[in-house]
Design a protein around this ligand. Structure first.
Ligand SMILES: Nc1ncnc2c1ncn2[C@@H]1O[C@H](COP(=O)(O)OP(=O)(O)O)[C@@H](O)[C@H]1O
Ligand SMILES: Cc1cn([C@H]2C[C@H](O)[C@@H](COP(=O)(O)OP(=O)(O)O)O2)c(=O)[nH]c1=O
Length: 203
């Protein structure tokens, strides 16, 4: 049987990475074979593109095309084969991030996003997308506390991140069967309980 494809989304500092490995372990304890991966990245070529995407300034369409180029490679060499083998794939960000960051944040024309999405993965969408949502100030505070080096996107102004957040919520509203909004301004424990409940509906 084909495996399940789960993606994590949300603004920077929402807490996605804190739950990705935890969810993988939770599913492994239930006997699933689980791969954890991320975008941009997930393949040797994708990781090289990630370096460029997170550090170099470039034209918005170049940025969008490189995100989808990395995704094409990721799907072909890693995600699709794993799902076909019956494995589950958990991916830290996928196309909803392009919708939110390049579309909402930077103002990419929606029709261009939709054309690329159709080209790159017309027949595949995640089985479940967990959208970590929280007020911008809480996410910012967490990033400051973690003392992490900020990449190109994290260095953007607050209004950029607010547009990203709103674009994610708009997308979740348009795809209620696939996307579940997690109230991420909550304790790790409460969030994990919620994730267990949601994921149990997939099994
Ligand atoms: N529910 C939470 N409550 C408090 N701090 C959290 C919570 N979730 C994550 N953090 C902390 O916030 C920071 C950012 O979390 P992270 O998982 O890296 O976010 P993301 O991957 O979404 O950017 C980390 O230092 C993490 O320990
Ligand atoms: C997948 C993807 C990510 N991004 C951005 C969002 C993030 O700021 C950045 C890298 O994501 P992420 O891996 O979440 O960074 P970190 O490990 O620092 O938490 O790339 C886009 O702008 N578009 C995309 O399509």
């Amino acid at each position: 049987m084909r495996g399940k494809f789960i993606t994590f989304e949300g603004i920077d500092g929402a807490g996605k990475s804190s739950h990705v490995e935890w969810l993988a372990e939770y599913l492994r304890r239930q006997g699933r074979v689980v791969q954890v991966t991320r975008e941009p990245g997930g393949t040797p070529l994708g990781e090289r593109l990630r370096e460029l995407l997170l550090n170099e300034t470039m034209h918005l369409e170049t940025e969008t095309l490189l995100m989808f180029a990395a995704r094409r490679e990721h799907l072909a060499s890693r995600i699709e084969p794993a799902l076909a083998r019956g494995e589950w794939v958990i991916c830290d960000r996928f196309s909803d991030a392009t919708w939110a960051y390049q579309g909402g944040g930077r103002g990419l024309d929606k029709s261009k996003f939709l054309a690329l999405e159709h080209w790159v993965h017309e027949h595949l969408q995640p089985d479940l997308t967990l959208l970590f949502d929280l007020p911008l100030e809480v996410a910012r505070e967490r990033i400051v506390l973690a003392n992490r080096v900020l990449d190109k996107f994290e260095q953007e102004r607050a209004d950029f991140h607010e547009r990203v957040r709103q674009a994610y919520l708009e997308r979740a509203h348009a795809h209620p069967a696939r996307m579940r909004v997690i109230q991420a301004d909550n304790t790790l424990e409460n969030i994990r309980e919620k994730l267990e409940e949601i994921v149990s509906t997939l099994c």
